[in-house]
Design a protein around this ligand. Structure first.
Ligand SMILES: O=C(O)CCC(=O)C(=O)O
Length: 253
């Protein structure tokens, strides 16, 4: 079930496209494995740079939010991330082979804050311009559960923040908020969006977690298989950023 020509054209025009039901038969296995991942409490340590944390939108309580990477601790996520079908779909968007670059599972528990406006591209040396992300929905994702909201067409302008090797939120004045499209997804649906597509998300106001698997790819022309070198660079970079705030005991496990 690869992408059809209309979906490929929509991706290039809008910077995103939804493909419903691609992993409908894997959704239950994904949900089960996401439950198991939440039992890996020894990994959930604020010094473990595999973990990301997010505040509760109302109480301010800081809670576990994300494993990045995830495929090395989840066989189901790895099977999907490296599935010939997903690689073929990403290749269709590139017009050449695609390589897995990055993988994370965002749990977004009930009440978790959203994400500010940003583009996923980050100007690390050698970071692929062809970076694109595939969301594989594990739970229903909609406006009430804090779905990702994308802003069509802006990807054509490229990176809209300084190329200084740092992470930047996107200056809100660069994006018309009224143009946002909520990625309404059911378990097993997938959405593709460009690394240059501005996006954000609202808090999860539902009573359930909103779990999404985020898989990012690059085109072969951008350096081939960069996943291992990306994580090596990214982990060093993260540890340097933490150290700037006096957090020097970090590790990856
Ligand atoms: O999961 C969300 O709510 C948004 C995540 C996101 O934008 C990101 O990880 O780049």
């Amino acid at each position: 079930m690869p992408l059809n020509p209309d979906q490929i054209a929509a991706y290039h025009r809008d910077g995103f496209v939804i493909a419903p039901g691609v992993f409908a038969t894997e959704a239950a296995a994904l949900q089960q494995d996401a439950e198991r991942l939440m039992t890996l409490t020894p990994l959930m340590d604020s010094n473990n740079i595999r973990c990301r944390w997010q505040d509760h939108a109302e109480t301010g309580e800081c809670r576990f939010d994300c494993f990045d990477p995830v495929i090395d601790i989840s066989p189901v996520c790895e099977r999907i991330a490296r599935s010939p079908l997903l690689l073929e779909m990403a290749s269709q968007l590139y017009g050449e082979p695609a390589h897995l670059f990055k993988d994370k599972l965002i749990f977004k528990p009930s009440g978790a804050k959203g994400y500010d406006m940003h583009q996923d591209f980050i100007s690390f040396e050698g970071f692929p311009e062809s970076f694109l992300t595939v969301i594989v929905a594990i739970d229903p994702s909609d406006a009430s559960s804090g779905a990702t909201e994308v802003f069509p067409g802006y990807h054509q302008q490229g990176y809209l923040s300084p190329r200084d090797g740092m992470y930047h939120q996107l200056d809100e004045s660069k994006v018309d908020r009224s143009k946002g499209v909520t990625l309404d997804l059911q378990p097993g649906d997938v959405a593709f969006f460009s690394g240059f597509t501005p996006h954000c998300s609202a808090p999860n106001k539902s009573t359930q977690s909103r779990r999404l698997l985020y898989l990012s790819y690059n085109a072969a022309r951008d350096g081939g298989d960069l996943r291992a070198s990306h994580y090596e660079f990214f982990h060093n970079w993260l540890q340097e950023r933490y150290a700037e705030y006096g957090k020097t005991e970090t590790y990856f496990r």
